[in-house]
Design a protein around this ligand. Structure first.
Ligand SMILES: C[S@@+](CC[C@H](N)C(=O)[O-])C[C@H]1O[C@@H](n2cnc3c(N)ncnc32)[C@H](O)[C@@H]1O
Ligand SMILES: [Zn+2]
Length: 278
């Protein structure tokens, strides 16, 4: 039998999950049609692209995140830098969870790896405002729903998700609460002061940018959600030389300016995983 195109498989999968979508312009329900159009009752229309993702933005948004940044992020994630963090997150997801949304999913590897660690089969949906991230995600990972969109005005129905992931990305808590099912969980990852510290020390010598605290973000999370838990994790991963340029390139901060003399044997992951109910 002929293999379905990426677009065709996405149309089928999005149609199966069509009840998820809500128009980002007028909030009406949407229908996924066999020709790959997703349309609301007011005829606002979005089309599934040939790569299998759908762009729900109503205007072009320029971001600092480029294709090569996302490719470097993917390499670093595949190298295993975030394995321990992903395991911890997977352990925090109940076996009854059925739909998982990753907000600010970038190139999608965290969502895919976390879903793969779960015992149950889940529907994974990733949304990011950077088209380059979503195109990379759709290129490599087929069995997910990939959307370009703004997490503050998302194209999804209320009460839709058991888990909302928000990993090293900006958040919108009102929107997260709208999207969460009753007893659903937000799992947010925020860096702590030693996150990638070996790199920051070498790049930001003698500047205040070496120091970072997540205190305000953590306080705000406690204010917004109930039953909050904070899991702090810190670990070091040995590095090989080939990874250093990707580590430098994977953030939009100034440290991806050409740094010739960086030498790193290992790198620290130091993050808080915040869990709360809506
Ligand atoms: C530091 S990256 C993290 C990406 C991914 N979670 C990871 O850890 O590899 C932050 C991401 O948030 C996305 N982002 C920023 N503002 C957003 C918004 N309003 N809606 C959706 N995504 C957004 C960016 O495009 C970027 O991909
Ligand atoms: Zn509409």
């Amino acid at each position: 039998m002929k293999k379905l195109s990426k677009r065709q498989s996405s149309i089928i999968y999005m149609k199966e999950n069509g009840a998820l979508f809500s128009c980002p312009i007028c909030s009406e329900e949407m229908e996924v049609f066999d020709d790959g159009n997703i349309q609301c009752n007011n005829r606002h229309n979005f089309t599934i692209a040939k790569q299998g993702y759908v762009n729900f933005l109503t205007k072009n948004v320029q971001t600092m995140y480029s294709k090569s940044l996302f490719e470097s992020r993917k390499k670093v994630i595949e190298y295993g830098l975030y394995n321990e963090m992903q395991h911890q997150i997977a352990n925090l997801i109940d076996s009854s969870a059925h739909r998982v949304l990753d907000t600010g999913c970038g190139e999608g590897s965290h969502l895919v790896r976390i879903c793969n660690l779960l015992q149950q089969k889940v529907i994974g949906i990733g949304i990011d405002i950077a088209k380059e991230g979503i195109i990379t995600a759709a290129k490599f990972y087929e069995d997910k729903i990939w959307c370009v969109g703004d997490l503050a005005n998302s194209p999804f129905q209320k009460d839709s998700f058991d888990v909302i992931l928000n990993i090293l990305s900006p958040a919108n808590y009102d929107e997260f609460k709208r999207l969460l099912k009753k007893n659903g969980k937000v799992i947010k990852v925020v860096p702590r002061s030693n996150y990638l510290i070996e790199l920051r020390k070498q790049v930001f010598t003698n500047t205040e940018r070496e120091d970072y605290t997540n205190e305000q973000t953590v306080i705000r999370f406690y204010e917004q959600f109930s039953k909050v838990e904070k899991h702090s994790i810190t670990y070091r991963v040995p590095l090989n030389k080939e990874m250093i340029p990707h580590l430098l390139k994977m953030t939009p901060l100034s440290w991806h300016l050409e740094q010739q003399n960086i030498s790193l044997q290992e790198i620290t992951i130091d993050v808080d995983i915040l869990v709360g109910e809506g």
